[in-house]
Design a protein around this ligand. Structure first.
Ligand SMILES: [Zn+2]
Length: 344
C-alpha cells in the first residue's frame, strides 16, 4: 500500500475516533474545523496529492474524496445524535407531573374587628346615622373638657391616658371627643356614628387592651328622650345579635351624660341561663349611653333649652367577643392566623 493511502487511513480512523468522543456542540464544531475546514487535516492531505507523480494522483484523489464523504456523513450523524440527546435531557428536566395537586392560592381576609365595625355601621346607617371619623391624637379640650371633665376632675381616673405632649395633647381615650367636634361645625339635627381607635394607658388582660376600637353615637334634635335612646339601641341589639334578644338598662355614670345608663344584653352564649362568659348572671354589659349633658351642648354653642340629645359608645371588640364567644380580647391582636382565619 502506498504511503499516501496509509496516511489517509490513519487520518480517517483518528478522525472517526475523536468524533465519538466529542460530547457537545462546540466539541464537534472544533472537530469539523480540525479535519474538514480550509486548513483542516483532510484539506492539507488533499493539497499534498499535487506533489505525487501524475499517474498516482487520480487514485489518491478518489480515495481522499471518499474519505471526505465518510467524515461528513459521520459528522452529520453525530450532530443528530447530540441534538436528540439534548432534547431528551430537556424533556426530562422540564417534566411536569400533571397529577400533582396544585399549589394553594393564599387569599387575604378581613380582620374580625373590621367585619364587626362594618356590620355596626351598616345597622346605624340604616337608621339614618351618618359616619364620621376624627383624629386619634386629640386635644385635652375635646377629649375631656368639652365633655364636662375639667382638669383635676375625679372622673379623669376613669380614663388612664397616654399623653403626647402633656397636659394638652393626648391619644384619645374614647371616640367621644368627636361629639364636640361634630356639633361645633353642624347645626342640629345631628345623627352620627364615629368609629375609630382609642388608647388607654393600662395593663392588658383578657378584657383590656391598650388599643381598641369604639363606635360613638350621637343624636341631637328637638324633643329627644330616653325612649329614643332605648329604641335605637334595642333595635341595634336585635339586628347585631338576634331579633328576640332581651336588653336591660341600668343607671351608670359618665360625666358627659345625664342621666347615664349602661345597656346589657342577654348572654348570647347561654341565652340567659348563666355561663362562664356572663359569670352566671345571664347578662353581658354591652355599652354605655345617656342623654347629652346640658353643659356639653352649651360648650359647643347649642341651647339645651331648645335641643337635647342622646349619646352612646361601644367597644367593637366587646361586640365581637359577645357575638362570637371569644373570651380574650388579646386574641384579636395576637396575629395568630389560626384564630383570625376563622372569621374570613
Ligand atoms: Zn352566659
Amino acid at each position: 500500500m502506498a504511503a499516501i493511502d496509509v496516511a489517509l487511513r490513519g487520518l480517517t480512523d483518528r478522525a472517526l475516533l475523536e468524533l465519538t468522543r466529542a460530547g457537545d456542540r462546540s466539541a464537534i464544531e472544533a472537530w469539523r474545523t480540525g479535519y474538514l475546514g480550509r486548513s483542516g487535516a483532510l484539506s492539507l492531505h488533499m493539497r499534498s496529492i499535487g506533489q505525487l507523480p501524475s499517474e498516482e494522483r487520480p487514485a489518491a484523489g478518489q480515495a481522499a474524496n471518499a474519505a471526505k464523504d465518510t467524515l461528513e456523513a459521520a459528522f452529520a450523524a453525530r450532530q443528530r445524535e447530540l441534538e436528540e440527546q439534548a432534547l431528551d435531557q430537556r424533556l426530562e428536566s422540564e417534566h411536569i407531573d400533571v397529577t400533582l395537586p396544585g399549589r394553594p392560592i393564599h387569599t387575604g381576609g378581613l380582620h374580625p374587628i373590621t367585619h364587626t365595625l362594618r356590620r355596626i355601621l351598616e345597622i346605624f346607617r340604616d337608621m339614618g346615622f351618618q359616619v364620621a371619623e376624627g383624629p386619634e391624637v386629640e386635644l385635652d379640650w375635646y377629649n375631656f373638657q368639652a365633655l364636662n371633665i375639667p382638669p383635676e376632675h375625679p372622673a379623669r381616673d376613669m380614663w388612664d391616658t397616654f399623653y403626647v405632649k402633656p397636659p394638652s395633647i393626648l391619644l384619645r381615650t374614647h371616640t367621644s371627643p368627636m361629639q364636640a367636634r361634630i356639633m361645633e361645625r353642624t347645626r342640629p339635627p345631628v345623627r352620627v356614628v364615629v368609629p375609630g381607635r382609642c388608647y388607654r394607658y393600662e395593663g392588658q388582660d383578657a378584657s383590656h387592651e391598650w388599643m381598641f376600637y369604639q363606635v360613638e353615637g350621637l343624636a341631637v334634635d328637638k324633643g329627644l328622650t330616653m325612649a329614643d335612646l332605648k329604641g335605637v339601641l334595642v333595635a341595634f341589639a336585635r339586628r347585631i345579635f338576634w331579633p328576640e334578644i332581651q336588653t336591660r338598662f341600668r343607671c351608670d355614670y359618665f360625666p358627659f351624660v345625664e342621666p347615664g345608663v349602661e345597656m346589657s344584653v342577654q348572654c348570647p352564649l347561654c341565652r340567659g341561663e348563666g355561663c362562664r362568659v356572663c359569670k352566671t348572671t345571664g347578662w353581658i354589659e354591652l355599652l354605655g349611653a345617656g342623654m347629652v349633658h346640658p353643659r356639653v351642648l352649651r360648650n359647643v354653642g347649642y341651647d339645651p333649652d331648645v335641643v337635647n340629645g342622646f349619646a352612646f359608645g361601644m367597644g367593637a371588640e366587646r361586640i365581637a367577643m359577645v357575638k362570637h364567644g371569644v373570651d380574650d380580647i388579646r386574641s384579636f391582636y395576637g396575629n395568630d392566623l389560626r384564630f383570625l382565619q376563622q372569621f374570613t
